[in-house]
Write a new protein. Sequence first.
Length: 208
Amino acid sequence: MRKLVLLIPLSLALFCSLVQGQILAPILQGAPAGGGTMTCGQTDFSSGSQSNLANYILWTPCKTGANGAGYTLTTLQVYYSTIGTSKQFYTALYTDKTSSCPLSQGHCPNTPVCDDATGVTLTLINSLNTDTPTGCGTLSANTIYWIETVVNDAAPGVGKGTSTACSNAVGFNSSYYVLGTAGTWPNPATGLSTGATCYTIQALLTGN
C-alpha cells in the first residue's frame, strides 16, 4: 500500500507539469508554424509525351498551399520519356497575372521569379529530371505561380498529363508555350499560346 501512495503524488506532479506546458502545450498547439512539404504543378504523366519541342518555352501552373509563412523552392522537376544524348534542359519560376491572358484565360505567366540559365543534362528516361533555380526567395501562400522549362534539342520527349485538368492548378486544363531560346527567359512573358494538355512540370516546396 505504501508503494501505491507514493506513486499517486508522483503521477499528479507529472500531470501538472504536462498541463503547465512543459510537454503537453506544444501538442495542444499543433505543429510549429512552417515545416512540411508539398508538390505543386502537374504531377500526372498519363497522356504520353511530346518531342520536337526544341527552344519551346513551356509553362505549367501551380498553386502553393496555406502555410502562412510561405514556402521555399526545393527543386523543379520535368518528366522526360526520352532524353537524347547530352541534351540540356532549363527551368524557371514565374509570377502570375490575371489580365491580357490568351483565349480569355483568367491567369497566365508574367515575370521570372528565379531561373537556371546554366541548365542540367538530361539523364533519366521515363522519369523526373531535376533542376534547382537559385534566388527564388519566399513563395507566398495560396498563390499561383508558373513553372517553366525549355530544352535545347528536338529529341527529348516531355511528359503530358490528362487533358481534363492540370494537377493543383485551380481549373486550368493546359500549359502555355512560346518559341524562344533555351536558357533565356522572356520578361515579361508575351506571345503566349495554349496547348491541349498540361506538361508534367512540378515543384517541390518546403514550408517555412
